[in-house]
Design a protein around this ligand. Structure first.
Ligand SMILES: *[C@@H]1O[C@H](CO)[C@@H](O)[C@H](O)[C@H]1NC(C)=O
Ligand SMILES: *[C@@H]1O[C@H](CO)[C@@H](O)[C@H](O)[C@H]1NC(C)=O
Ligand SMILES: *[C@@H]1O[C@H](CO)[C@@H](O)[C@H](O)[C@H]1NC(C)=O
Ligand SMILES: *[C@@H]1O[C@H](CO)[C@@H](O)[C@H](O)[C@H]1NC(C)=O
Length: 463
């Protein structure tokens, strides 16, 4: 008991110090002008305080992330997320020559305070496949996924693991259909993945295998491992063959129930992009284009399925609105986020994660200050919700790469060492969310009393 008081006191002093720096910083950093050198040093020092604080608080506990109303919680503290995507971790870990890149990306991400990574727990029938054919696994690749999970924990990063792709990269639903045809069926549509009992059974077998996997590095079964933040049913499911949404809805119901029957402890999300569908005609005008309501997904209805714990939303104005950078992109991001946050609060009563967003350096009109502006818009909108303890639970940038992996870049890669202004923006967001997360908890009663003071200084640049 007494040690806690002493630790709390020390933390309070440390925090007070960090906040002074933030207030100083925040007042100057409104525009995220990349010419600022000074704030980076401040941020670095804030971060090292922040990390020290985190270690003290978490050294003895690495608990599952849970959901409480519209928030994520860990150890009774809120858990607002600043995170990233790096989809290829398992494949890189499968080869000795590229394995180090996995460690590198976790190291870089944690140095800017990021706490969640979304990545693929599938590679179906392709080069370096995890699942070579239905229920036949490459043990070396599974060990590579084990490595990813155990390495993430070393850097205090939690994982959202996606279980299949809608797209053909890494196999996806098209590969499941090919497997079905190889077994004697006559499928003509990739959407048979959602409806045919045999293909559903293949997918379920994969889910079961991954969730019951015992990690060869840690001996912890995946379904028991707090390093895993959540399961994702599918990356960007779309079922264009049934725009009513009924086919996908049935699939989500069956699979959400199935995941929970094996693993009731972890959180679950679907992986949809967030398009409004037929169940909410008054919302469809918020979609980025009129095609979006015809792809068989339906944001509100999909997330009302039993077993789905939180919502996912993606944001790609450069692929959804116009490829060349346009003024309309940033207001779209803001209203897309605000409407989904409102839905999550009013209708779904769950947190929402903006699980992919970014901009391609290949877009006409692209420059790095535009990218920083876009990221900053996302971060500010999250903070607006965080301040109120709202549903806007975090964002995961698409995508973080370590040095020397340019050949994998689809245009969206952010390499921290080459992007100092982006790095300091990410750091500041992490620090702010960390401070908010530590405000109210059983362990830190002082935090609640100081809440108003904290809020003022935390968001000083917006006053
Ligand atoms: C699949 O289609 C081919 C050619 O159309 C046909 O010969 C075959 O009998 C069909 N197989 C099944 C299982 O329906
Ligand atoms: C995992 O379990 C095996 C068999 O029980 C044991 O030999 C090994 O030392 C364990 N490894 C770890 C990291 O706990
Ligand atoms: C970057 O791109 C944005 C949007 O196209 C433009 O408004 C801005 O002037 C550009 N900035 C620089 C430094 O080129
Ligand atoms: C945050 O909220 C304030 C006050 O409600 C508003 O003026 C501002 O535009 C919001 N910022 C973003 C990025 O949503």
């Amino acid at each position: 008991m007494e040690t806690h008081i002493v630790i709390s006191l020390i933390l309070f002093l440390i925090l007070t110090k960090s906040i002074n720096s933030i207030a100083f910083d925040g007042s100057k950093s409104e525009g995220w002008d990349s010419t600022h050198k000074e704030p980076e040093n401040h941020i670095a020092s804030i971060l090292s305080y922040g990390n020290g604080m985190k270690e003290e608080m978490e050294a003895d506990e690495w608990e599952m992330v849970q959901k409480k109303g519209t928030q994520f919680v860990v150890n009774d503290q809120p858990f607002y997320v600043n995170g990233f995507n790096t989809y290829w971790l398992m494949v890189f870990a499968a080869d000795e020559s590229t394995r180090g890149k996995v460690t590198e990306v976790f190291k870089h991400a944690s140095s800017v305070g990021m706490s969640v990574c979304r990545t693929w727990a599938f590679n179906d029938g392709q080069w370096r496949a995890l699942q070579k054919s239905p229920s036949l696994y490459d043990e070396d690749v599974f060990k590579a996924l084990d490595f990813v999970v155990s390495e993430a924990k070393k850097y205090k990063i939690r994982l959202i693991l996606s279980l299949v792709n809608n797209w053909e990269a890494y196999g996806g639903k098209a590969q499941y259909v090919k497997w079905g045809n190889a077994a004697g069926f006559n499928f003509t549509s990739d959407d048979d993945f959602f409806s045919h009992p045999t293909l559903r059974a293949y997918y379920k077998a994969h889910v079961k295998t991954v969730l019951n996997r015992v990690n060869s590095f840690t001996n912890i079964t995946y379904k028991e491992d707090p390093t895993i933040f959540a399961w994702e049913l599918m990356n960007e499911p779309r079922c264009t063959s049934d725009s009513s949404g009924d086919t996908l809805q049935e699939w989500i119901k069956e699979m959400a129930f199935y995941v929970k029957s094996i693993d009731p402890k972890h959180l679950l999300e679907i992986g949809v992009e967030g398009f409004y569908g037929p169940s909410t005609p008054q919302r469809v005008q918020l979609n980025p284009n009129s095609y979006a309501q015809q792809v068989g997904t339906d944001f509100i209805r999909n997330h009302q399925v039993l077993g789905v714990d939180f919502a996912s939303v993606h944001m790609y104005p450069d692929s959804w609105i116009s490829q060349s950078i346009a003024d309309s992109h940033l207001p779209f991001i803001k209203s897309w986020m605000e409407s989904h946050i409102e839905d999550a609060e009013k209708y779904l009563e769950m947190p929402v994660i903006f699980a992919e967003f970014g901009v391609s350096a290949k877009d006409p009109g692209y420059n790095s200050s535009y990218r920083d502006n876009l990221i900053n818009t996302v971060y500010k909108t999250i903070l607006n919700s965080t301040k109120k303890g709202g549903s806007g639970a975090g964002s995961l940038v698409w995508q973080l790469f370590p040095d020397g992996t340019d050949y994998m870049d689809d245009g969206y890669a952010i390499i921290l060492s080459k992007s100092p202004s982006t790095s300091s923006m990410i750091s500041l967001q992490s620090t702010r969310l960390d401070l908010f997360n530590s405000l109210c908890s059983k362990r830190c009663h002082w935090g609640c009393k100081k809440k108003n003071v904290f809020q003022k200084v935390l968001y000083h640049d917006e006053l």
